[in-house]
Design a protein around this ligand. Sequence first.
Ligand code: IPD
Ligand code: CA
Ligand code: CA
Length: 264
Amino acid sequence: MYGEQELLRAMEEIAKECGAIIKGAKEEHVAATEKTNFRDLVTSYDVKVQKYAVDELKRRFPDASFFCEEGDDRGNLSDEYVFVIDPIDGTANFSRHMNISCVSIGCFRLGRPYAGVVYDPYNDELYSAVRGGGARLNGRAISVTDEALEHTLVMIGTSPYNPELFDRTMEKLGYVFPKCLDVRRRGAAALDLCTVAAGRSGLFFEEILALWDYAAGLVILEEAGGEAYTMEGDPLPLDGRKSNIVAGSPRCIEESGLLSDRFK
Ligand code: IPD
Ligand code: CA
Ligand code: CA
């Protein structure tokens, strides 16, 4: 068993190093190649950052398993410690020099999300949480907003790798837009979850996400007083299946009506 602070500090240090690699990327070296389709991209930096994070976590926590986006490192999620890693969340942004990307490192313990660290190197913002310990942004406690939905910005994801889901996204967007301050689409789901956790946005939804997109952000969000569900109102799957997601403050989720029968 590892100490909770030792684990969190190590994840934070490693995420910051990953962020330095991301921010220091040379423009001529971020050329992307396609994975499953023309929108699903990978760069040499996704691979490099993941390798750094995995090597460093293995060195410090030799018994841990891994569940990572790039390659085939998909360990058993019910192991005692499993690191769930998205080396660059927002790869399309990264490959277009948009400066909206982050590294996301989650840790499952015996099958449950236990700790999460998300680092945005462009704004030098480090979000972190361990189960039961509250959520922090650069060491400061954060919490979701208590404002009404109409006073908050809503973040959406467009599920770019599954274009068949786009109409559903637009239907929900059309339903929520009149009830909120405005809508944002930034292109990095882990950062979207943390943006809700920090109270900067009241709600986030997307039709499909992978575990590495939300493993870290989920702990941070919940420790900040937020909630996340599937669009059917169930808890998010923790077995590695992809899922749709509605995440926000309890008030904004309720006021959005996204979990009402209308969308079942
Ligand atoms: C993607 C981003 C994007 C979201 C996609 C994710 P990636 O992750 O988070 O915002 O819309 O669903 O897959 O591929 O850049 O790591
Ligand atoms: Ca991602
Ligand atoms: Ca990624």
